[in-house]
Design a protein around this ligand. Structure first.
Ligand code: ZN
Length: 404
């Protein structure tokens, strides 16, 4: 950390550190230096004599770690509002997918979009997430489904992060859906995905590899081939697992030391045990659960009992979760999945970071990245209480104000 200090004072700090509920520090102050946090604590204990370049009085506002949205599909062309209407008239997600709608319509729109159009659309959506407190954003590919188009999507995701001054982690999700040119040849498509991976990795575009293992997507055997290719390149893996059915995907992913398994409504006891052993994070996605009007709940209490860390994300995508507010997901994780407000906030901060293998954010402590959000709220539990309320006032990422 270099440069002079910037002081953020007169704040109620939700540090998520230590033994106190929420890690709350009343009348707190935070000293940033460069991109990092140099000091956090009660204002009365602030070290004296430091060269403070700028000082911000937050007027008693609540400050939390910057939110981490660890599961999004933010880069795509088109929209799927028409399909939403069809589903309201009774068509199921699976019926639409089998009829060539769903993901495939987004793939066609994504391939047809220029690089700039992809960036512009994703940038617009990312700005909304940032205005809700997000400072780290994971973005998956998976709507290009060719080497050229997957590369364009991953590069677009990286550009969004640079343009907004936030951290973007990119995940290669070639094994999202079968593109039309591979109809009836899923194994051949998986071979292609595995062949693209080294090139995308060499271009610095892959932080993790993901796959969609379900009865409307890829089998466990195909998922295994994708994970083997990732392992050869030492890239960590994640999995869309047990969303619509129990395929044993979570246990499979855990056997590869997966960073996370995501969705998990149909997760079995064996899957939970395997995730606990591997330290795999359970990423719950209440937006998709809500939007698809699912009824089977993820096994939250069993995950707790097993000591599996729980993260919360928007799963932003055009087909099953067009959500652009992580605070709303915190609320829905509580109302739909019965997480406590503090669990839900940890899920959208420190555990989200863990699902991305990032240990330098998600809490407010010296040595962490200076990522935080300022809220017009009095208590951390209000983040879960209000919904449809834009309480975020300022967002700081790596020491720089990125939204106000
Ligand atoms: Zn997803």
């Amino acid at each position: 950390m270099t440069g002079p200090y910037v002081l953020w004072r007169h704040a109620r700090l939700v540090t998520l550190c230590g033994d106190a509920p929420w890690g709350l520090v009343e009348r707190g102050a935070l000293l940033a230096r460069g991109a990092g946090i140099a000091w956090v604590g009660p204002e009365v204990d602030l070290p004296a004599g430091l060269p403070i370049e700028a000082e911000h009085d937050l007027g008693g506002a609540l400050v939390t770690p910057g939110l981490v949205d660890c599961h999004t599909h933010l880069v795509y062309g088109g929209r799927r509002a028409d399909e939403f209407e069809l589903r309201l008239q009774g068509a199921s997600y699976e019926q639409i997918a089998r009829a060539g709608g769903g993901i495939r319509s987004t793939v066609a729109a994504t391939r047809a979009a220029s690089d700039d159009a992809l960036v512009d659309a994703a940038l617009h959506r990312a700005r909304v997430l940032v205005a809700g407190g997000v400072t780290t954003l994971e973005i998956k590919s998976g709507y290009g489904l060719s080497l050229h188009d997957e590369e364009r999507c991953l590069a677009a995701a990286r550009r969004v992060g640079t343009m907004l001054g936030i951290a973007v982690r990119t995940t290669f999700l070639g094994a999202h859906a079968l593109p039309p040119e591979f109809d009836g040849r899923a194994d051949d498509y998986i071979t292609a995905v595995c062949e693209w991976m080294p090139q995308l990795h060499a271009h610095g575009l892959i932080d993790a590899v993901d796959a969609f293992c379900d009865r409307i997507a890829f089998t466990p055997a195909q998922t295994r081939r994708v994970f083997d290719a990732a392992r050869r390149l030492s890239i960590p893996v994640k999995l869309h697992a047990e969303q619509l059915s129990d395929q044993g995907g979570a246990a499979l992913a855990a056997s590869y030391g997966a960073l996370s398994c995501d969705h998990l409504e149909h997760l079995s006891d064996a899957g939970i045990a395997a995730m606990a052993r591997a330290g795999t994070v359970a990423v719950l996605l209440p937006g998709a659960f809500h939007f698809l009007r699912e009824t089977k709940l993820p096994p939250v209490q069993a995950l707790r009992d097993a000591g599996v860390a729980i993260a919360i994300a928007t799963d932003h995508n055009p087909g099953s979760s067009p959500a652009l507010s992580l605070p709303l997901m915190i609320h829905m994780a509580c109302t739909l999945f019965r997480l406590t407000p503090e669990e839900a906030l940890r899920g959208a901060t420190v555990n989200g970071a863990r699902a991305l293998r990032l240990s330098d954010r998600g809490t407010l402590a010296a040595g962490q990245r200076a990522d935080f959000a300022v809220w017009d709220l009095e208590h951390g539990n209000e983040l879960a209480y209000w919904f449809g309320h834009d309480a975020c006032r300022r967002v700081v990422a790596a020491g720089k104000e990125v939204w106000r």
